[in-house]
Design a protein around this ligand. Structure first.
Ligand code: ZN
Length: 253
């Protein structure tokens, strides 16, 4: 869809606000905390944050990444998640042909970011997030806004789970069941071919980054990297490539 300056501004601002929610949710969900109560507070001194502390990115820059009360460091994860979400949602708008497709794309993108952050920080891919995103994916499939028909969404969930469960069985536990359930949720959006394409793409990205980290001495051969962010990256590549007019002949559509 096309956008003028105002739409672009609104999209990006909304994306920052959604990113701010994802930053809080990715902190709270793996710790079993409520999403709404209590409000946000400084992690060091517990001072409750006020409206002027909660403007995405802007507050962080103005306070130079420090709490106004105790001077404690505020993690760079917050502005980073906000910027990534805003950029992604804005890009999804341009890649979408209709409002329905944009909403589905934005939800899918936010789900991928949220899961990636939680997996990076906790080696965990929460079941209830897979369930919620999968359920929404079925609604989108019935509305016909993901390019995946309902029957294909069912096959995508089964195929996504099955292919990783199979690898897990063959490799005697090389991959987690969490990864299988995550790819099942992704499969609802991408269908079976797309789920396998996301797994292959994610594996290539994962291998490249793993080798680069090993070469830089950041990880050893025996370190375990969370696989969720790579599955998410693979899913994102498949999703965007399918919507690109240049690649209509993409074999996995
Ligand atoms: Zn503080």
């Amino acid at each position: 869809m096309a956008a003028n300056g105002w739409i672009l501004f609104l999209l990006f601002a909304t994306g920052l606000a959604v990113g701010s929610f994802i930053g809080a949710a990715s902190w709270r969900i793996p710790r079993g905390l409520s999403l709404v109560m209590p409000g946000s507070a400084c992690p060091s001194c517990r001072f409750p944050l006020e409206a002027r502390d909660l403007i995405p990115v802007v507050s962080y820059v103005l306070s130079r990444g420090r709490c106004r009360h105790c001077g404690g460091r505020i993690s760079l994860r917050y502005p980073l998640i906000e910027l990534v979400t805003a950029a992604g949602i804005t890009a999804m708008y341009f890649a979408s042909a209709s409002v329905g497709e944009f909403v589905a794309s934005a939800v899918f993108f936010c789900f991928l970011v949220l899961m990636s952050v939680i997996d990076l920080e906790h080696m965990l891919l929460p079941d209830r997030l897979n369930l919620a995103a999968g359920a929404l994916g079925f609604v989108f499939a019935f509305l016909g806004v993901t390019g995946t028909a309902p029957a294909s969404a069912v096959a995508g969930a089964a195929g996504g789970f099955g292919v990783i469960a199979l690898i897990r069985w063959l490799s005697k536990g090389g991959m987690g069941l969490g990864d299988a359930k995550f790819l099942a949720a992704i499969g609802v959006y991408l269908g079976p071919g797309g789920a396998v394409a996301a797994l292959l793409t994610g594996s290539v990205i994962g291998a490249a980054i793993g080798l680069a980290l090993m070469a830089a001495g950041k990880v050893s051969r025996r370190s375990r990297l969370p696989f969720g962010p790579f599955l998410a990256a693979g899913a994102l590549v498949v999703w965007v490539v399918r919507r690109s007019a240049l690649l209509d002949a993409f074999p996995f559509s």
